[in-house]
Design a binder for this molecule. Structure first.
Ligand code: ARG
Length: 459
């Protein structure tokens, strides 16, 4: 096959080199943004007089057609045409000859591919933001369904203090909110137009970069053409954002996998989201959650992949950069279905209230509340800590709970203890006693729910 262009060459490319250098197998998904970018570019070329209005219209209407053909699966992709940019331009030239040959005026594939990637990333960010809001809303809705349910809060996976179930749900809402904020911050840097930086140096032609930026919805124009040609910071940031989302999903999945075990028995998952075993008839496995946890590998892999790719590249464009898309697309493809599945799983799961309650008094969830009772009675914190520690050891030896101890034994440990100590003993009392801002007690949680109802109403 002859070169797609190339007065410069005397020899056709080795087909193995074509196979080695092509990116059409993975960058074809950029076709729609590539066409969007080309239309803006053609509009600008006409506005500055580099092509006529008729030529612009001809280019745009044929680009439209090409887009429709690709969308309908009627477009033929060829390895020798290397990438999506060349496919579209080549097809345009085949259709309209010399007019098509004018489209690439004042631009290079270097600024073109970055423009495409930025448009694609920007769309993906907006899409992810919607999906994350859906996940947040699913957790928020659970707060009502699980109102009043108290769960053991854990540190080191050991029972620690009693919190309302809604406190757990809202903890996830917070994490996904930070994810959304990170994405929106990343979007500000994505939303700077590379188009018109040309190969690396800009151009001697009178292009209008502000105009293409405006047409494509970019908020600013990148100020240094050398930088544009080499810049993939925005992709590195983006895949980091994706990674943290997947880590948050994985944390949730892991927690629910534990809660779904017979050992915990906190949670029932809908049949639609569990699978059986090929040999053990009794099994119901949380495969979906496990795969959400497992996908984290694919998503987070994109971060080191991209950083390794970028490390040590001299200015400006180098062909290595073509590989930037692989990790980004893989990460996105791995993450999106997790976010799509999460809301219905979150909504469909049920807390096993009776089983949770039956064991809620295990593990001394009220020990810290008792210590804080002592502090309120004037005992120094460290002394209170020791006193309660001794009482817990005493209970363990006797196989009872703090609330089972008679007042006399409690007073033996600390003379300041009164009958009103009963108000903080037991998991429900210890939970009710939590009152600081952001705590897992009833007032704080109610306030959090209120706040989130407002914040997520329009989000
Ligand atoms: N397919 C290339 C990429 O994705 C497009 C830019 C190619 N530029 C070049 N000068 N070879 O990076």
């Amino acid at each position: 096959m002859a070169k797609a262009w190339g007065g410069r060459f005397h020899q056709a490319t080795d087909t193995r080199v074509e196979a080695f250098t092509e990116s059409i197998s993975f960058d074809r998904r950029l076709y729609a943004v590539d066409i969007r970018g080309s239309m803006a570019h053609a509009t600008m070329l006409a506005s500055v007089g580099l092509i006529t209005a008729e030529e612009r219209d001809q280019i745009c209407s044929h680009l439209d057609q090409i887009g429709e053909e690709i969308a309908a699966g009627q477009f033929t992709f060829r390895q020798d045409l290397e990438d999506i940019h060349m496919h579209i331009e080549n097809s345009l030239i085949t259709r309209i000859g010399d007019v098509g040959r004018k489209l690439h005026t004042g631009r290079s594939r270097n600024d073109q591919v970055s423009t495409d990637l930025k448009l694609y990333t920007r769309d993906a960010i907006d899409d992810l933001d919607r999906l994350l809001a859906d996940v947040q809303r699913a957790f928020l809705d659970r707060c009502e369904a699980d109102a009043g349910v108290i769960l053991p809060g854990y540190t080191h996976l050991q029972r620690a203090q009693p919190v309302l179930a809604a406190h757990y749900w809202l903890a996830y809402v917070e994490k996904f909110q930070r994810d959304r904020e990170r994405l929106s911050d990343c979007r500000r840097r994505v939303n700077v137009s590379p188009l018109g930086a040309a190969a690396l140096a800009g151009t001697s032609l009178p292009i209008d970069r502000q105009m293409t930026a405006r047409l494509l919805g970019f908020e600013a124009v990148a100020a240094n053409s050398l930088d544009v040609s080499s810049d993939r910071d925005y992709l590195a940031e983006f895949v980091f954002c994706l990674s943290l989302i997947s880590v948050h999903l994985s944390t949730w999945a892991e927690e629910w996998i534990l809660w779904f075990t017979t050992e915990f028995g906190f949670l029932r998952l809908p049949d639609a989201y569990t699978t059986g075993s090929s040999i053990m008839p009794q099994k119901r496995n949380p495969d979906v959650l496990e795969l959400i946890r497992g996908r984290t590998a694919r998503v987070t892999a994109a971060v080191p992949q991209l950083l390794m790719l970028l490390k040590g590249l001299p200015m400006a464009y180098n062909r290595d950069l073509q590989e930037d898309k692989l990790g980004v697309f893989a990460a996105l493809d791995a993450l999106r279905p997790c976010l799509e599945l999460a809301p219905s799983m979150i909504a469909g799961a049920e807390l096993q209230r009776q089983r949770i309650e039956a064991r809620l008094e295990d593990g001394f969830l009220d020990a810290t509340a008792l210590m804080e009772y002592l502090i309120k009675r004037g005992v120094p914190m460290r002394t209170g800590h020791e006193t309660v520690g001794r009482l817990v050891a005493h209970c363990e030896a006797r196989g009872c709970r703090l609330a089972d101890l008679p007042l006399s034994e409690l007073q033996e440990a600390c003379g300041l203890i009164r009958e009103d100590v009963r108000e903080v003993l037991g998991a429900a009392n210890a939970n009710r006693a939590l009152q600081s801002f952001g705590s897992g007690g009833p007032q704080s949680v109610e306030a959090q729910v209120e706040t989130w109802r407002g914040r997520l109403a329009g989000a």
